[in-house]
Design a protein around this ligand. Sequence first.
Ligand code: NAP
Length: 307
Amino acid sequence: MHNVIIVGSGCAGNTAAIYTARANLKPLVVAGHEPGGQLSLTTLVENFPGFPEGIDGPLLVENIRKQAEHFGAEYLHGTVIEADLSKRPFRLKVDHEWLETRTLIIASGASARWLNLPNEQKLIGHGVSSCATCDGFFYRGKKIMVVGGGDSAMEEANFLTRFASEVTLTHRRHQFRASKIMLDRARANPKIKFLPGTVVDDVYDTAKNEVTGVKLREVDSGKTWDQEVHGFFVAIGHIPNTKPFKGQIELDPDGYIVTRGGARTNIEGVFHAGDVQDRVYRQAITAAGAGCMAAIEAERFLEAEGH
Ligand code: NAP
């Protein structure tokens, strides 16, 4: 029986681990299918307080984990498949094993959204990517397409011009969701060509096991054509990782955990931290703060229960 299980090992989960470990609660952190969370997919982080020169995202999240382990947090490499939060102790199935815990901190974050094109999933890692900072390097001198109309798409398109010969930015509408500053920066970049009002119908070529091109469709006219690209980056937002908790805990229509104030959920003893609940701020520092809040709430809950 664990005092506290923390699901997720990004900024939120690891910070919750530091606090609960220092409170002597011996937390178990289930690392999840993307250990380190979104920070492990970034390069330089310039806005985390305390690092005047910036710090690499993977190093930052690894440091927070080491800090938690230093105080006795344990890490389990696995993914939560199923949960039973109907009664206490709460039960979690991690891969093949059921675990029991008095409190639960859900810090499972949010993962990249995909377009669900017929060939998209087959070509992930072979030219299809959701992370420019991870994979941009492989497309030096090549043609790249970025899909999306938000800040992520603008940021990725700009970043990818460091490597690509040209970047085409495709967006399904003519209006962009991105902030003006990000949009202006992308528009001012001579290597970025905008293709608004256009959707991607598929990506080629599974037979060659690499991306060679895409099938495009102009939304208004219905006109279709093929375009040669070698890298295909999807930047259309994220989906919260709450699948194992669906039907167990209150979620909003998009699957984000509904907060009951602080770090509380609709279930006593279950707390949220980070992007799994926060669709507004989504920053490393706010996730870390949320991890701290969840840990303090779990500690107080256990104390009130006499543990
Ligand atoms: P977002 O703002 O939700 O934008 C997602 C974009 O993808 C939208 O333009 C949307 O189109 C498009 N999209 C969604 N589903 C699609 C589909 N199935 N097919 C085609 N297009 C689809 O997501 P985000 O850009 O990842 O940004 C998330 C949050 O992080 C925002 O608050 C953003 O400001 C913030 N952020 C900030 C920075 C920065 O300031 N440096 C960088 C990155 C992200 P529609 O517009 O038509 O809905």
